[in-house]
Ligand binder design. Structure first.
Ligand SMILES: *[C@@H]1O[C@H](CO)[C@@H](O)[C@H](O)[C@H]1NC(C)=O
Ligand SMILES: *[C@@H]1O[C@H](CO)[C@@H](O)[C@H](O)[C@H]1NC(C)=O
Ligand SMILES: [Zn+2]
Length: 515
């Protein structure tokens, strides 16, 4: 047997190298190879875009920086998107590609959540210094915060203390560092601190619970979202869609606002921001309550979504469900409620679906239910490559996936972003947008850090300005804006883009002494 194998492989080698009429000419082979590369280059996200001559020049600058960074990483095996964001952020901030992306007009951000929109600095250095804020920290997380006057009634395992008193007692520096640690997932050793997906989600939800007591105080609520819009505006993002649970917003005396009143607060805040920033396109909300609900509650949620959409047609984009998807329940559990909601032609769905590493389970099959429920976009869709029929239908119906690379890394779906399934979506020009999910929880830079990780880690070395431009265009095209709103948003984006290209072009000329 062994002898036969050796014998036949010798034959094979001989036949490979023997001259034959079938041998392929090297040049012919290389030409064929070039055609392959050209075909792949055309199929990448943005491959259909033709750049102007100014854009070509700016692209050359961008690609010089990108190639330099890639080549360095290739030899040092030290690639920023392959490293946990908590450890790689300093390197990212140094990157020339990142600086470019930060200045670039990126269009809209379509997947972010209410309790993690705004940088923690606002909560720590502004909101938490306001009077009447109490804290109660039981032996186990989460800690709770509440503004009240008089003091709220004590809970079974902890007493409420004035934040101002604790700060005076412990020292502001120490207290503020402790506060940050309760609001942020950051740790210098993420792999040890969060060994699996459930442990990181538990810690994540604890930070959100801690923050929400501060955020949902009515006067803080509006300032918080104003600051959140500001942080995206400063990152050259002109439009925002926020998923919100429409939490119970409260006044100092403990009275609560209902969902319509909370929606009105969003509207007022968006209007105030637009007044102050006339070149800001606007913002909308997606009502996204917790998926862990009973049937009666789900019925109420869906009806409420329809009502709010009718009452605030410009502000409410649609409906979604949130919470760790692996722990369920899946969408199919609520089919009758969700099908009832689908009868309202004005109520659009934006379901999180397939935010999981599992395959063949109810969790990844949420993708099937989402697409059959005519979802407008798919949140994450991390498992979509395992469901080719979902991919086909999504592509033909123009249903994009909202990819949030840093979130998927921090929340333990993937360590090295080169292995993120959206890499395949980029090379196939699949409809997608890039978003940042919960930037405050991991101290991301609004939208730019996710754009950077996507451009460097997911899209490959050869993806260029065309891909970045397509991502910005997609974020407007796939938004929940009306056709008229999209047209004016695109006009504003184009104006910003032209300015950006011209500025970069001038930089280049100055650098190279071309007057
Ligand atoms: C909700 O109703 C469906 C049937 O419509 C049922 O299968 C499911 O168990 C119910 N869920 C709860 C939590 O009661
Ligand atoms: C989804 O859209 C298709 C095509 O418009 C329609 O036939 C179908 O009934 C819709 N499904 C639901 C659940 O609304
Ligand atoms: Zn999300």
């Amino acid at each position: 047997m062994t002898r036969f194998v050796i014998f036949s492989s010798v034959l094979l080698v001989v036949s490979l190298f023997a001259p034959s009429s079938l041998s392929v000419d090297v040049n012919e082979f290389l030409a064929q190879r070039e055609r392959f590369l050209a075909d792949e280059s055309a199929r990448i996200l943005g491959g259909g875009i033709t750049l102007s001559s100014n854009e070509e020049l700016v692209n050359t600058m961008l690609m010089t920086a990108k190639t330099f960074e890639y080549d360095q990483s290739f030899s040092s095996l030290n690639f920023t998107p392959a490293t946990h964001f908590f450890l790689s952020k300093p390197a990212m901030l140094e990157s020339e590609v990142f600086q470019f992306i930060r200045q670039m007009p990126k269009g809209g951000v379509l997947h972010i959540h209410d309790v993690a929109v705004t940088p923690l600095e606002f909560i720590i250095y502004d909101a938490s210094y306001r009077p009447n804020l109490y804290v109660c920290s039981p032996p186990k997380d989460p800690v709770f915060f509440q503004y009240a006057s008089p003091a709220p009634a004590n809970l079974p395992d902890c007493d409420w203390t004035l934040v101002a008193d604790r700060r005076a007692q412990e020292g502001a520096l120490q207290f503020d560092a402790w506060l940050r640690s309760k609001l942020s997932l950051y740790t210098p050793n993420p792999q040890e601190a969060y060994p699996n997906i459930n442990s990181v989600w538990t810690a994540f939800e604890n930070t959100l619970i801690a923050g929400s007591g501060i955020i949902t105080f009515a006067p803080v609520f509006t300032d918080y979202f104003y600051e959140g819009l500001q942080s995206f505006y400063d990152d050259n993002v002109q439009y925002i869609e926020i998923r919100t649970t429409l939490p119970q917003v409260y006044n100092l005396d403990g009275t609560l606002l209902d969902e319509a009143q909370v929606t009105q607060l969003y509207k007022d805040t968006f209007d105030r921001f637009r007044n102050d920033h006339p070149d800001f396109t606007g913002a909308k909300i997606i009502f996204a309550p917790l998926r862990r609900a009973d049937n009666a509650t789900m019925s109420r949620y869906v009806e409420l979504a329809s009502q709010l959409k009718a009452q605030f047609p410009d502000v409410v984009a649609g409906f979604d469900l949130v919470g760790q998807e692996d722990l369920g329940p899946p969408l199919k559990e609520f089919l009758s409620q969700l099908l009832a909601g689908a009868v309202d032609p004005n109520l659009h769905y934006f379901f999180h679906a397939g935010e999981t590493n599992w395959h063949g389970t109810d969790v990844d099959e949420n993708l099937i239910d989402a697409i059959l429920l005519n979802t407008t976009r798919i949140g994450h869709g991390f498992a979509i490559a395992k469901h080719p029929s979902v991919m086909e239908l999504a592509r033909s119906n123009g249903v994009p996936v909202e990819i949030c690379p840093i979130s998927n890394q921090v929340l333990a779906l993937v360590d090295d972003l080169r292995n993120h399934p959206a890499a395949m979506l980029f090379s196939n020009g699949f409809p997608l947008v890039i978003s940042s999910d919960d930037p405050a929880s991991w101290d991301a830079v609004a939208l730019s850090s996710d754009f950077y990780m996507a451009f460097m880690g997911l899209a490959g070395k050869k993806a260029d300005l065309r891909t970045l431009k397509q991502l910005a265009i997609n974020s407007i095209m796939f938004s929940a804006m009306t056709t008229d709103e999209k047209n004016s948003a695109m006009a504003e984006w184009q104006r910003r883009w032209n300015d950006f290209i011209l500025n970069k072009y001038e930089d280049y000329k100055t650098k190279h002494n071309l007057i």
